[in-house]
Design a protein around this ligand. Structure first.
Ligand code: BLA
Length: 257
């Protein structure tokens, strides 16, 4: 029964949300061996509606050798707004950026479409391999680029933040995110774990900072608060959407040698 409900949400969602969700999942399956990720029991599939605004949230989470958490979330606010949220958090002993994407769409169209590969280094730069790969992507023009808010300085120079105005621009967005993902999955698959404790500490700090900044997104917080209340929204943002990595004692032992 639960599965049927899950499917019915995606099938009712905006076509760009459906297509991007399918694209993300198929890239994950193609490139990685996916293990289950333990989602707190009450947060896998959630429905709420305190102020009459019904919110349905469906979470899909996995982990792999290289990623502590692959998270795809689909949500619907009332019967009008569809949301896709996805973040790929690397394990801190892998030197990889954080892939993130967000779509906010309604019958009127897509108001926000965002995608980035965000650097975790102190100087906020992507490695040469990522920069080269991203620079070589075909040019993508959008008629309504959007300006990022202040908290979003965590994103890279390649961050895409637009309001696609028609199906053609939606397709260009989808294709570009697909290319970000192919590049990222390919590099991730070939990368080896770090043994240097300073480099691991830098990744840990980078992810903590990324999560702290993302939790400042008041637009996300307000949607969650309206349906579930303040404390629930805060718990959801810190545990489900942007949880800081837990440092594994294994790294400490390995690196103290
Ligand atoms: C914007 N996110 C938004 C907006 C809403 C949400 C309603 C405003 C849309 C607009 O301005 O047109 C809501 N997003 C949600 C909700 C969830 C969600 C409720 O994911 C989950 C339950 N946000 C992310 C990720 C990124 C991100 C991974 O979750 C980027 C990698 C970015 N969302 C992001 C940015 C904005 C946004 C930059 C614009 C914020 C602004 O203009 O102030």
């Amino acid at each position: 029964m639960v599965n049927l409900l899950h499917y019915s949400l995606r099938e009712r969602q905006h076509i760009l949300v459906r297509k991007l969700a399918d694209c993300i999942e198929s890239q994950w399956r193609e490139h990685f061996s996916l293990s289950p990720y333990p989602i707190p029991k009450d947060l896998g599939y959630v429905e709420g509606g305190l102020e009459g605004e019904k919110l349905i949230i469906e979470n899909h989470c996995y982990q792999t050798l290289q990623f502590r958490k692959l998270h795809l979330e689909l949500a619907r606010v009332g019967d009008r707004v569809d949301i896709l949220h996805c973040v790929m958090f690397p394990r801190v002993n892998y030197h990889l950026p954080v892939f993130g994407t967000d779509i906010v769409a309604s019958e009127k169209g897509v108001s926000a479409a965002i995608a980035d590969l965000s650097p975790m280094t102190r100087d906020r730069s992507l490695s040469q391999r990522y920069r080269q790969g991203l620079k070589n992507l075909p040019r993508a023009n959008f008629s309504q680029p959007r300006v990022l808010p202040e908290w979003a300085h965590i994103f890279s120079e390649f961050c895409l933040f637009v309001r696609p105005v028609n199906e053609e621009e939606e397709a260009v967005f989808l294709e570009r995110v697909n290319l970000f993902l192919s590049l990222h999955c390919q590099i991730a698959k070939e990368s080896l774990p770090l043994a240097n404790s300073e480099a691991i500490a830098e990744n840990l700090e980078g992810q903590n900072y990324y999560c702290r900044q993302q939790r400042q997104n008041d637009k996300t917080r307000r949607v969650l608060e309206r349906s579930f209340g303040e404390s629930w929204a805060d718990r959801y943002m810190t545990t489900m959407l942007f949880d800081s990595p837990q440092i594994n004692s294994k790294f400490k032992i390995q690196n103290s040698k």
